[in-house]
Write a protein of this length. Structure first.
Length: 689
């Protein structure tokens, strides 16, 4: 961390009257579409948006709509809100437009920044608002103008100040668009015709302090960060002006904006507002929250309902959006021939319809790198398609087929519970098939599953989709969200400089623990699955896993040691990873891990089950969450603890499980009841804390 950034961070925190906050990771868009149920309810919107949050998102929405989400791309269970901004394009010199890749989804900050004597409130049910003005083409000194900003990311320095417009220089590590919403409510209107008048920024600042008298209710503040991969176009700039354009035809950046529809469980959000007062920014540090796995959040998506191209190289921006430089307000154009019809929408593009061949799509499942969920015949080749895979499995006499990692095919006769798709979640099986890029063939440790069918039973049941569900809280058991490890700073109470380390930086260098495991990805292990031929098969396919550890493995014949007489060792068990077998992460993972330290943390946190894993990780859980775990041979838990080389702290995808003696009998019995396969990803990650 540079001295400049450190000094800026200290100054920012000193300027902020309240520094408590948490970052809500929204891992990916659920859809990119011309939809805006706030500004254009029931109609195709004027310009394109990238939308994060609950999969009940639709062209017309109310509070009841949000709560029918079956998943969310944001990781806190109980938040089915939707968050959206415009999308970014690169305008080529010949006038065509190319979509700029979004880095992940968005980071939404929830900040406690009330004034003296004010009580902070959660958003009420049905609440919605907009920040920014899509037609704005010039700057200003008012709070609404200050609330829209850009950070040019360059992690190698030098730092550049944030700007209120698109910076006229390349940003090597991306352009971070930032939107700070007003936080003072009139206490009466859930929305107003302009979607702004029911809200105000604080009296003396756009991002902190007391509310003005006409807006007496201080709501928790929200702030969006969305990173765009603009560095990809560094060698394509031309002329004297920067070449990026918002989807509404704004080349200035002044028209940046964001929309928000409240979809939280109101009681949960209020409890979090009242009690989640840590200044770490880690959503994991809020005891009110349970989290879904990153992979599940990334797999939450819906099918677009407007039939138009929105990505790649385009002749014109979607909708009627000619580029308007300003400085006066832009004028909305119409009648350019852009689609205005809202289609029915389906999730058909996420899979291949093979019902005509007697196979139906079951969904995107989770494979086990160590023990495949489909253990019949298998093959791997560069001509793989879903049709080819089901034909191969059919020829071998199997009734279940699955494609994975673009070119792999696996067969079996049933799908174990551990690998079943999550109901209501499309899944992240988004790797294009090696033999046909118009199809998707699974992903990394994700498998596109098809099942043999006949007659009226031949119906595609996979694909998820929004509406009519039980809410994202009804999804799989919570686990930690780990894809990013942002720094501990919060948005400054005054404009700040960009830095060599972003507050939610997209590229994080992993912390090197005393123990490092390296597992070959599925693609490099495919040769062992397919033998020597691209058409070979095996009734018992094998996988090759290379694990390298800088800690010396120790014999597992002796149970791991603990000095706590109230806890006993239960054995070595599979960690299903997605979701975690023991869903509660500790807050001290890393170089000082021991079994005693993990047990002490879980005991003090009120959990009767503790587990150490991968030499430096600690997880906790209740006795009932350990049901369904597969007990492993002792040699699977053989990694020396990072804090004590004489102790054993699990292994890759393997937990050394400890149980408090009052619950030992119950926990041990439920652990052994079911021999589920582990959902272990193709790559074991090193986590940064």
């Amino acid at each position: 961390m540079s001295a400049l950034f450190t000094a800026g961070l200290i100054a920012a925190l000193a300027a902020s009257p309240v520094s408590a906050f948490w970052r809500l990771p929204c891992k990916s868009p659920i859809v990119v579409e011309r939809a805006d149920p706030i500004v254009s309810p029931g109609k195709v919107a004027s310009h394109l948006h990238t939308i994060m949050g609950g999969n009940a998102f639709d062209f017309t929405m109310d509070d009841n709509t949000t709560r029918t989400s079956t998943c969310s791309s944001c990781t806190v269970i109980g938040d089915d809100s939707n968050y959206w901004t415009p999308t970014l394009f690169f305008q080529h010199q010949n006038g065509t437009f190319e979509s700029v890749n979004q880095v992940g989804g968005a980071t939404v900050y929830y900040l406690q920044r009330q004034g003296d004597g004010e009580t902070l409130k959660a958003f009420p049910p049905g609440f919605r608002m907009l920040a920014g003005d899509p037609y704005k083409r010039s700057g200003g000194d008012d709070f609404a103008s200050q609330a829209i900003s850009y950070n040019c990311l360059n992690y190698n320095g030098p730092a550049k100040p944030e700007t209120g417009m698109f910076p006229n220089y390349n940003c090597p590590d991306g352009l971070r668009a930032q939107v700070f919403f007003p936080s003072c409510w009139n206490g009466k209107d859930l929305d107003t015709p302009d979607h702004k008048s029911h809200m105000s920024y604080p009296a003396n600042s756009y991002n902190s302090g007391a509310c003005p008298p006409d807006f007496p209710v201080h709501l928790i503040s929200i702030f969006y960060e969305v990173i765009w991969d603009t560095g990809k176009f560094a060698d394509q700039w031309y002329g004297d002006s920067q070449p990026f354009v918002w989807s509404m035809g704004d080349p200035t950046g002044y028209g940046g904006h964001g929309d928000f529809i409240m979809g939280w469980d109101p009681a949960l959000l209020q409890r979090a507002v009242d009690t989640c007062t840590a200044d770490s920014g880690r959503v994991e540090d809020c005891p009110e929250f349970k989290l879904i796995p990153d992979t599940q959040a990334e797999g939450c998506r819906i099918e677009p309902k407007v039939d138009e191209s929105v990505s790649g190289l385009l002749d014109a921006l979607p909708g009627c959006n000619a580029v308007q430089q300003g400085p006066g307000p832009a004028k909305q154009q119409t009648d350019c021939g852009a689609p205005t019809t809202i289609g029915a929408g389906s999730n058909a593009s996420f899979f291949t319809d093979l019902t005509g061949k007697g196979w139906s799509y079951t969904g995107c499942g989770t494979d086990n790198y160590y023990t495949r969920i489909l253990t019949g015949a298998s093959e791997s080749n560069d001509q793989m398609t879903n049709e080819a895979c089901v034909a191969f499995c059919d020829s071998k006499g199997f009734s279940v087929a699955g494609t994975e990692y673009s070119k792999e095919c696996y067969c079996g006769d049933s799908i174990p519970t551990s690998g079943m798709p999550v109901p209501g979640v499309v899944g992240n099986c988004q790797m294009k098939c090696s033999g046909d890029e118009s199809e998707f063939c699974g992903g990394s440790a994700l498998i596109s599953l098809y099942q043999k069918c006949t007659g009226s039973d031949c119906v595609n049941t996979g694909g998820g989709g929004g509406g009519g569900g039980s809410g994202s809280g009804g999804a799989s058991a919570p686990a930690s969200s780990t894809a990013s490890s942002p720094a501990s700073s919060s948005p400054a109470a005054a404009p700040s400089s960009s830095s060599t380390a972003s507050s939610s930086q997209a590229i994080v260098q992993p912390t090197t623990l005393a123990t490092t495991a390296v597992v070959q990805p599925v693609s490099t292990a495919a040769s062992s699955l397919s033998k020597s031929s691209s058409t070979s098969s095996s009734s018992s396919p094998t996988t090759t896993t290379n694990v390298t550890s800088t800690a010396t493995p120790t014999s597992s014949s002796t149970p791991p040691a603990s000095s706590n007489p109230s806890w006993s060792y239960s054995g070595c068990f599979t960690d299903t990873v997605t979701p975690r077998s023991l869903p509660q992460w500790s807050n001290f993972n890393g170089p000082d891990m021991t079994n005693d330290a993990c047990i002490s943390f879980c005991d003090k946190s009120g959990f009767p089950v503790a587990g150490t894993e991968y030499a430096g990780q600690c997880f906790c859980g209740a006795a009932d969450v350990t049901s369904g775990l597969e007990q492993l041979s002792g040699d699977k838990c053989s990694m020396a603890c990072t804090g004590d080389g004489e102790q054993i702290c699990g292994g890759p995808g393997a937990l050394s499980v400890w149980t408090k003696k009052s619950t030992t009998k119950r926990a041990s019995s439920v652990i052994k009841k079911r021999h589920a396969h582990a959902h272990v990803g193709a790559h074991l990650k090193t986590h940064q804390f």
